[in-house]
Design a protein around this ligand. Sequence first.
Ligand code: ADP
Length: 634
Amino acid sequence: METKQFKAESKRLMEMMIHSIYTHKEIFLRELISNASDAIDKLYFKSLTDNGVGLSRDDFAIWIVADKDSRTLKIMDNGIGMTAEELEAHLGTIAESGSLKFKTENKLEEDNQIIGQFGVGFYSAFMVAKKVTVISKAYGSDKAYQWESEGVEGYTISEADKDNAGTEIIIELLDDTDDEKYSDYLEQYRLKSLIKKYSDYIRFPIKMEVTHSRPKEQTEEEKAENKAPEYEEYIEIETLNSMVPLWKKNKTELKDEDYKHFYVEKFYDYNEPLRYAHVKNEGNANYNALLYIPSKAPYDYYSKEYEKGLQLYSNGVLIMDKCSDLLPDYFSFVKGLVDSEDLSLNISREMLQHDRQLKVIAKSIEKTISSELKKMLKNDREKYEEFWNAFGRQLKYGIYSDYGMSKEKLQDLLMFTSSKENKLVTLDEYVTGMREEQKYIYYATGESTARIEQLPQTELVKDNGFEILYLTDPVDEFAVKMLHTYKEKEFKSVSADDLGLENTEKQEQIKAEEEKSSDMLKAIAESLGGEVAKVTLSQRLKSHPVCLTSEGEITLEMEKVLNSMPSDQKVKAQRVLEINPDHEIYGKLKAVSESGDTEKLGKYAKLLYTQALIIEGMSIENPVEFSNLICELM
Ligand code: ADP
């Protein structure tokens, strides 16, 4: 028989399994039971509309059979089963495992973490197995197939005999070593406790034949003699799991660990969640929900590949794995599940979208998430900041998208780094800390806080003792513009014309000076050949000679952001070169201008403009020319 090779990634994962970086080999059982349960879910779901299945709810079960003589452990299910092609596709490779591909490219990631995040599944069997055999018959197919593998060398697939649809996984355990006693996995007590620990909530019975012993019936004679009873063994079929899903249990019964454990298992995240909520809602919408806020963004979170959604159950039966209608985009990071008896079981995906009840549930879920976030912000600042660093950007997109439709709901969740102590503050904190004479909420944009701190434009506002919000995310300025105001205070860029810091006397002086130098300023603008819309004398500069600002709708930061997006149309802000009239360079410019040396004035202009570009973090078109100019004028 032909031995087939595993796909490269599968092989690598399997190697990791075999060399067992994972400290908890025991989780293999949980993984296989979970697969069995999923397979039963699928067939059960089918049985609701397809009489051909011929099984009722109570007929479905997972069986565990341990055989010490052959050192084998069997996990059997009467679920949907697999065709030969599915055996090949699902067990020969890790199907579409985007996450693993990503991880293998980033070899720095610890293998351990890969296993954790990925939820390894079937391959975990190789942590304890010498050989794994899978015998499966797909529902609706009349042939059964057998998949066998002894590890990385490859696998074979052949025809097999099996009566009913379902899957049997047969694990031939590794030999015991000094460190690892694999034969423990054949002991009843061990299997029972593992199932209790990891698979208790599985909604189908996990059954095992359990051997008990009891005293034999004694004869009257034996009793009279007071003889010690003899014991006999008997076998009983036991259901090892309670089958009550976690979310249906009483909150008082559950511990913090139970919730966290469930999350790590169910949502393949090796990091504990930052926060969770167990919701039992009655009234306009009846549902139980478990909602989790992860502590880290998945690697693909800010990409098109990321799929939002909550698992949707109807009375304990999984009907959809990622129901996206349950989460607004701005809360797409939330993981969890919703179980409602209000939804009909055989509702189709298309119908679900229009289901009124689902909309009511979604609204209620959204409120819960929002209030959980607010509670976290209020009571656990450190955690909230961790949350903010992972998912804050998504909330800012939320402010900006749909023409600001959700901004009211989200604005109190926002945070920005503030010039005061370089710490994250909320808008409420900013406004509360505003001085009486302060009119605006000031902000400055740039690629990092360090960079913004050095912007000449921030000087004046800071000198007035006003706090500035540092906007470092590309989406920030768009979000702030969409908000426009917060608690009736307008947002104002430190580059804006009117900063509300009127010192009329000084302003008039500058205006008068500008008038006097208008020819020179025009000449400078002209020498820059359309690069700038105008050249002005600045009211905001103190120690710096120049800075670059903009007029009109599009700011310099927006220009950068918009032009970094894939589009042929490039935008350009109306640039304004501001010159500091109190700087000695201004005197020099005037002298050159008065001498009538227009060529030199042009060179100075270029130099100053390029400086302004550099400070602003914009690219310079001709660095060589700039460098030559410096040398020439030195
Ligand atoms: P995951 O369960 O995360 O998808 P696994 O490696 O555990 O990854 O399983 C891969 C696939 O193999 C499953 O998605 C499923 O399609 C199939 N599979 C595994 N076990 C069973 C089973 N007992 N019955 C039917 N299909 C199964």
